[in-house]
Design a binder for this molecule. Structure first.
Ligand SMILES: Cc1cc2nc3c(=O)[nH]c(=O)nc-3n(C[C@H](O)[C@H](O)[C@H](O)COP(=O)(O)OP(=O)(O)OC[C@H]3O[C@@H](n4cnc5c(N)ncnc54)[C@H](O)[C@@H]3O)c2cc1C
Length: 443
C-alpha cells in the first residue's frame, strides 16, 4: 500500500513507523519547518529544549516502549517531582501529604477533607458517571466550598478561562488517576511522583524516529504543507502538497491519515457529511502561550508551581532546571511562564517583548530578590490547538478515526478522552489507527 500522512508530530510519526515496518510505502508531510509538532524543540545555548515544557509519567507506557524500541531507553532520566502552589502572596510546597497539612490558605479541617477526597478520587476506577457533571459543581459538593474556591476554581479558570465552569469532572478525575499511576512503590514511594525526561530532548526522539522511518523506505518531509486531500469516485486518491515549499503537486495514495487539529480537516477535504462535520467544528481549542526566561539564577525551589492567585498574569511556572540541571544548558536557568488562551485574547496577540514586560513585575512575588539583571535572554512561543476543551457528555461528540470518506482517517488530540492530551496518547493512538488502517485494507 501507499500511505500519505499529514503531520509529523508524535501521532503521525508513530503511525508511519508501523506502516514502514510492515513493508508499506509511507510519506509523512509536515507543514512546519521542524518535526515534533507540539512537542518540538528549539536550541538554548545550542541544546534542544521543548517550546512547551514536557515530561513523561510512569504510566506513559506507549511512548516509553517506543523510546526503548528506538534504542533511546538509556536516555530517560527519572526524577522526583517537586510541586509548589502560589496563594495568599507566597509560595507553598505542595508535593506531599505533609505539605497539604501545612497549607494555611485552607482552614485545617478543609486540608483533612481535601486529603481524604484526593485519596478517594485517586482510587476511583469508574469515570463514566462523572461525565455528566461539571468539575466545578462536583468539586464544590465533594471536596468542599473552600477547597474549590482556593484551589480548583483558580486552576480551572487559569487553564480554561471563560470555559472553566463547563469542563467535565471526568477530565479532573483523569488528572488524579494519572498522578496516582506516576507514584512509586513502597511507603515512601507512594507519596513521591516520579517523572521522566529524555536527556537528548523530545526532539531527539522525533529525529531518530524519522531516521528509522527513512531507513525502512519511508519519506518524512518538513516545510511541506498539505493543501488538499484528493477524493475521486467517492474515495481518497491522494494529496496535493507543496513539498518543501515548492509548487503544489499531486501524490497518489491508497489511504491518508490526517493528524491535524479537527478544524483543519474540513479545509483540506470538501463535502464531509454534516454529522461528521459537526463533530469537527464544535471542538474548541486553547493555544499555549509561553515565555521562557533564561536566567543567571534559580527563580524558585520548585519544578512545577501552580499559580492559584489570578492577580498574577500567568497560570503556571515551570522551572525546567529544577528538573534537569542548569549545567545541561550551559548554566542557564530555564523558567517557563505559561498561559492557555483563546486566539484573539489580549495576551495571545501581544509580542514576546510586550508579554515579557507584562510578566516581569510579578516575578518578585515568586522570589522577592528577583532582579531583571538575572535575565540573560527570553523566548516566546505560541502553540495553537494545544488544549481541547472537554465539556459535559464529551464522549458522544468524539469523531470516529474512520472518516466518512473511504481511505481517510483522523487521529488527533480531541480523540484521546478521557485521558488529557499527551505525547504518550498520540503515540498510542497513531499506532492503533495505523493497525486499523492496515486491517481495513486487508479485510
Ligand atoms: C505547553 C504544552 C505542554 C505539554 N506538556 C506535555 C508533557 O509534559 N508531556 C506530554 O507527553 N505531552 C505534553 N504536551 C502534549 C503533547 O505535546 C501533545 O499531546 C502531542 O505532542 C500531540 O501530538 P500529535 O501528533 O497528536 O499532534 P501535533 O503535535 O499537533 O501534530 C500535528 C502536526 O500536524 C501538522 N500540520 C497541521 N496542518 C498541516 C498541513 N496542512 N500539512 C502538513 N502538516 C500539517 C502540524 O504542524 C503538527 O506538527 C504538551 C503540550 C503543550 C502545548
Amino acid at each position: 500500500m501507499n500511505i500519505g500522512i499529514i503531520g509529523a508530530g508524535a501521532a503521525g510519526l508513530a503511525a508511519a513507523l508501523d506502516f514502514a515496518g510492515q513493508g508499506h510505502k509511507v510519506d509523512v508531510f509536515e507543514s512546519a519547518p521542524f518535526l515534533g509538532g507540539q512537542a518540538s524543540t528549539f536550541p538554548v545555548n545550542g541544546v534542544p529544549l521543548e517550546r512547551g515544557y514536557h515530561h513523561l509519567f510512569r504510566s506513559d507506557a506507549a511512548i516509553i516502549s517506543l523510546i526503548e524500541e528506538l534504542g533511546l531507553g538509556d536516555r530517560l532520566r527519572w526524577i522526583n517531582s517537586n510541586v509548589g502552589y502560589y496563594a495568599n502572596g507566597r509560595l507553598w510546597p505542595f508535593t506531599s501529604p505533609a505539605d497539604l497539612l501545612r497549607f494555611r490558605p485552607l482552614p485545617f479541617a478543609d486540608r483533612i477533607r481535601l486529603g481524604l477526597f484526593t485519596l478517594r478520587l485517586q482510587r476511583r476506577k469508574e469515570w463514566a458517571s462523572l461525565e455528566g457533571a461539571t468539575a466545578m459543581e462536583w468539586l464544590r459538593e465533594h471536596a468542599g466550598r473552600n477547597a474549590c474556591e482556593t484551589i480548583f476554581e483558580p486552576m480551572l479558570r487559569g487553564k480554561f478561562g471563560r470555559h472553566h465552569d463547563q469542563i467535565t469532572m471526568a477530565w479532573i478525575w483523569n488528572k488524579f488517576a494519572l498522578r496516582t499511576a506516576s507514584r512509586g512503590d513502597g511507603l515512601i514511594g507512594k507519596f513521591r511522583e516520579r517523572l521522566a525526561y529524555p536527556m537528548g530532548s523530545f526532539g531527539e526522539i522525533f529525529d531518530v524516529l524519522a531516521d528509522r522511518i527513512r531507513s525502512l523506505g519511508g519519506d518524512v518531509r518538513i516545510s511541506s504543507a498539505v493543501r488538499q486531500i484528493i477524493v475521486e469516485d467517492g474515495r481518497v486518491r491522494g494529496l496535493e502538497v507543496s513539498v518543501e515549499g515548492g509548487e503544489p503537486e499531486r501524490r497518489d495514495y491508497d489511504q491518508v491519515l490526517a493528524t491535524v487539529p479537527s478544524f483543519i480537516l474540513p479545509r483540506l477535504v470538501a463535502n464531509l457529511p454534516d454529522s461528521y462535520l459537526a463533530k469537527l467544528t464544535d471542538k474548541v481549542y486553547l493555544s499555549a502561550v509561553l515565555v521562557i526566561l533564561q536566567l543567571k539564577r534559580a527563580l524558585s525551589p520548585h519544578y512545577w508551581t501552580y499559580v492559584g492567585d489570578r492577580s498574577l498574569p500567568f497560570l503556571g511556572i515551570i522551572e525546567h532546571t529544577n528538573f534537569i540541571p542548569a549545567e545541561h544548558y550551559g548554566g542557564a536557568h530555564l523558567v517557563y511562564l505559561t498561559n492557555y488562551l483563546e486566539r484573539g485574547d489580549r495576551f495571545y496577540e501581544m509580542s514576546g517583548e510586550e508579554l515579557y514586560r507584562e510578566y516581569l513585575p510579578h516575578l518578585r512575588k515568586i522570589n522577592p530578590s528577583f532582579d531583571e539583571s538575572w535575565v540573560e535572554n527570553y523566548h516566546h512561543h505560541k502553540v495553537d490547538a494545544a488544549q481541547p476543551i472537554v465539556t459535559r457528555g464529551y464522549s458522544a461528540s468524539i469523531p470516529d478515526h474512520r472518516a466518512p470518506v473511504p481511505g481517510l482517517y483522523l487521529a488527533n488530540t480531541t480523540q484521546i478522552y478521557p485521558e488529557d492530551r499527551g505525547t504518550n496518547y498520540s503515540v498510542r493512538m497513531g499506532r492503533r489507527v495505523a493497525a486499523m488502517m492496515m486491517e481495513d485494507a486487508h479485510g
